[in-house]
Design a protein around this ligand. Structure first.
Ligand SMILES: Nc1ncnc2c1ncn2[C@@H]1O[C@H](COP(=O)(O)OP(=O)(O)OP(=O)(O)O)[C@@H](O)[C@H]1O
Ligand SMILES: [Mg+2]
Length: 248
């Protein structure tokens, strides 16, 4: 055996979301097209879990021309209150910490597809930017991130009806991570259709491509969650019987 200088100093501990950026394949399978689409599935799956918890009747995926994506749901909204031992808003915690979530046995979810508390934080880590908007308690909360790091606090950006709740996640997959950034509408539509089929009470509607308010030059780099272009929707039976909630 040769003598070696291999000691404790050779051991690296990766902090925060670092491991995700270093080994993305471990979290999303690949950095090719499959991995790219997986990002959308993670965000959609959280909206489906909200539906399984009986709090959500609407999921919409919007693809934007700059390769960013917006996923809107009408669930309860990711909690925004401060988690005391973390001294951070729950929104910041679930988006910046691996293994943080409400699906480890608390009261939030009786059944869910989500398990590990890594989904949306992985999406955040692998996105050049991500904007999370939460509608809760009559307020609209917003936080922005760059490559997983918060670049704003959790700001209250507006008010809304008390009954208007949900989460809107917009993100631009990081070109430094992914080999390609082209989303396939057909692939996403197919996946949403399957999700709707497998999730009792959900159905898929295929809304026509729409574009609106394309005036702002900043939109191409960071769409506001309310901007939209191509749309694929999954709506539940509850949404069909409830007064029509217009996809926003
Ligand atoms: N759209 C949403 N609406 C409400 N809460 C959400 C939403 N998205 C995420 N959350 C909350 O954030 C937590 C973390 O989400 P994340 O996707 O990272 O992990 P998970 O869904 O718990 O597990 P998995 O790693 O299997 O996806 C969830 O457990 C849930 O409490
Ligand atoms: Mg999840």
């Amino acid at each position: 055996m040769t003598e070696t200088a291999y000691t404790g100093k050779d051991i690296t501990v990766l902090e925060g979301l670092e491991p995700v950026r270093l080994r993305p394949g471990m979290y999303i399978g690949s950095t090719g097209s499959r991995g790219l689409h997986h990002l959308v599935y993670e965000v959609v799956d959280n909206a489906v879990d909200e539906a399984l918890a009986g709090r959500n009747d609407f999921v919409e995926v919007r693809l934007h021309p700059d390769h960013s994506v917006t996923v809107v749901d009408h669930g309860a909204g990711i909690p925004v209150d401060v988690i005391e031992d973390q001294d951070l808003s729950a929104l910041t915690v679930v988006l910046t910490k691996l293994h943080a979530g409400g699906k480890f046995g608390g009261d939030g979810y009786k059944v869910s597809g989500g398990l590990h508390g890594v989904g949306v934080s992985v999406v955040n880590a692998l996105s050049e930017w991500l904007v999370a908007e939460v509608r809760r308690d009559g307020k609209v909360y917003r936080q922005e991130f760059a490559r997983g790091n918060p670049v704003t606090g959790v700001d209250v950006t507006g008010t809304t009806d008390e009954s208007d709740t949900g989460t809107t996640i917009s993100f631009l997959p990081d070109a430094a991570v992914f080999e390609e950034l082209d989303f396939s509408r057909d692939t996403l539509r197919q996946r949403l259709r399957e999700t709707a089929f497998l999730t009792r009470g959900l159905r898929t509607t295929r809304a026509a491509a729409r574009s609106r308010s394309r005036s702002s030059g900043t939109r191409s780099t960071r769409p506001t969650p309310s901007s939209r272009s191509r749309t694929t929707s999954t709506r539940s039976r509850a949404a069909r019987t409830a007064p029509a909630s217009t996809p926003r």
